[in-house]
Each structure stands twice: as structure tokens, then as C-alpha cells.
Design a protein. Structure first.
Length: 136
């Protein structure tokens, strides 16, 4: 499996917010720290806010913060937010329709792999990212 750049940055951004607990984090600080385009990061932040995974506040003490606890947000939630699909709709970019027939073997295999990946990523939380990083 290969993550898109948006998925990678969304996972990184939410992990940074989780590391700072309830403090609001400046988008420009995260962009500078990781060499990310602020405009690209802002686009990702809007997608995450639309799914209510993060929240923002304007002003001198503004920035971004997680909208839920880091134990409640899964990698799947984040990846679906930037994929433009909600994880609770059942829609996902992993769906594939065989052009030849409705029950072809590649479609069945792809579906099984996708569902396994979805189950696994739904159990991986931002909190686990932070713990794994500290262990390295």
C-alpha cells in the first residue's frame, strides 16, 4: 500500500496536534518544522475540519487543535477525511469494479484486502503514533 502525499501530511499534522495536547498549534509552525507548503497544509486542515477531526481558532493565540481525543481518532478516519469520503458512508477509494464481470477474482481479492486494511487502520490511533515515535 502506498499513501498519497495528502494522507501522509494529514497523519503527520494530526500527530503534531496530538503531541501538543490541548494547545493550539500554528499552521505555519508545522509547515516550517516539516518543510511543507503552508497552502497545502491549509487545504488538508480544511478537509480534517470538515470531518470534525480538528478545530481552529483565529487570533494571536489561535491555531489548530484536535477536536476529539487522540485515542478516538484513527488512521482510517484521517485517511478518509483527506480522500474526500467519510469513513461511515461505506464509500472508499479502494473500491474497484471489474470491467468484465461482477464477481471476478481480482475484484474479490481487492475487496478482501481493502476491508482488512480498513479494519486494521480503524484500530490504529494517533496516540499510538506518538507512542511509537517516542520508542524510536
Amino acid at each position: 500500500m502506498k499513501l498519497t502525499r495528502q494522507e501522509e501530511i494529514a497523519l503527520l499534522f494530526t500527530s503534531e496536534l496530538a503531541r501538543h495536547k490541548d494547545a493550539y498549534v500554528s499552521l505555519s509552525d508545522v509547515a516550517d518544522m516539516h518543510g511543507i507548503s503552508p497552502l497545502f497544509l491549509k487545504k488538508i486542515a480544511r478537509m480534517l475540519m470538515k470531518q470534525r477531526l480538528i478545530a481552529s481558532r483565529e487570533g494571536s493565540r489561535g491555531g489548530y487543535v484536535l477536536a476529539k481525543s487522540k485515542e478516538e481518532i484513527s488512521a482510517w478516519d484521517i485517511m478518509q477525511a483527506v480522500a474526500g469520503k467519510s469513513s461511515d458512508t461505506g464509500e472508499a477509494k479502494g473500491n474497484f469494479k471489474c470491467p468484465l464481470q461482477s464477481s471476478c477474482v481480482p475484484q474479490t481479492i481487492r475487496h478482501l484486502i481493502f476491508e482488512s486494511l480498513k479494519r486494521y487502520l480503524s484500530d490504529v490511533t494517533i496516540d499510538q503514533f506518538i507512542k511509537a515515535k517516542k520508542a524510536l
